[in-house]
Ligand binder design. Structure first.
Ligand SMILES: C[S@@+](CC[C@H](N)C(=O)[O-])C[C@H]1O[C@@H](n2cnc3c(N)ncnc32)[C@H](O)[C@@H]1O
Length: 219
């Protein structure tokens, strides 16, 4: 792994235990300006797992980019002739013309790997309207409400190729980890993949809060 990234710690440090300076430095401006590494919302083990699954993917799609930490890992790992599609509306910036979250993400991803990247600055449910390509690796890490995770799954999973992999972040409780049973991705994962068992899909691997599922058959 070449990218310099600040990974999520387990257990997470509660905000009230973090100094004012550290909280100020969380602003994406500081990542864009190169004054701190990009902040990942995932652990090092999750990052390595994402890289492992992206390694053979000619077409990777990430829903939810934030500062670009997971995207950097995917780009670094994917084949040189692969393409990484990055979907995020970057809508939360208080000053949209500056949008330091988007700038930080661009800087982070540009510095990692050489594969082609395509930025799609839209909500995933809008981006899917123009989508037609088979996907080898899909990371769902956008809107975390249960119904939104389900919509991402229903919208995007039909494009996943046979043997392709979908990763859900924040979808699993793990020792000292942050997801609670009422997290949207945890609820969707439990309801859809653990209580139900979709015939064409199987859980492939689980690493911290990440769950990887793969397509066994064409629908
Ligand atoms: C948890 S963060 C992503 C973290 C990132 N994958 C990482 O590991 O570094 C969630 C991101 O999803 C974006 N987002 C929220 N709703 C979305 C949607 N419907 N489609 C795409 N992105 C969305 C937010 O703007 C935010 O940047």
């Amino acid at each position: 792994m070449k990218s310099r990234i600040q990974f999520a710690r387990v257990p997470r440090i509660p905000p009230e235990h973090r100094s004012r300076l550290v909280r100020t430095l969380d602003h994406p401006f500081f990542a864009w300006a190169g004054l701190r590494p990009p902040i990942a919302q995932h652990t090092r083990a999750e990052h390595e797992a994402l890289m492992r699954h992206a390694r053979r993917a000619r077409v990777s799609v990430e829903i939810g980019v934030a500062e670009g930490a997971s995207a950097a890992g995917i780009r670094e790992a994917m084949p040189a002739d692969g393409t990484l599609y990055l979907i995020d509306p970057f809508h939360l910036s208080r000053v949209p013309t500056l949008n330091f979250l988007k700038r930080a993400a661009q800087r982070t991803v540009q510095a990692a790997g050489e594969g082609r990247t395509v930025w799609i600055e839209k909500f995933s449910h809008d981006a899917v309207r123009d989508w037609s390509l088979p996907i080898d690796f899909l990371l769902i890490d956008g809107d975390h409400r249960e119904e939104a995770v389900e919509q991402d799954w229903r919208d995007w999973s039909p494009f996943v190729a046979l043997g392709g992999v979908v990763a859900f972040h924040d979808a699993r409780q793990f020792p000292s980890g942050w997801p609670s049973p009422d997290y949207g991705p945890v609820r969707f994962m439990n309801r859809y993949f653990r209580q139900g068992s979709p015939p064409d899909w199987a859980i492939l691997e689980e690493v911290d809060s990440l769950v990887f599922v793969s397509r066994r058959n064409r629908l």
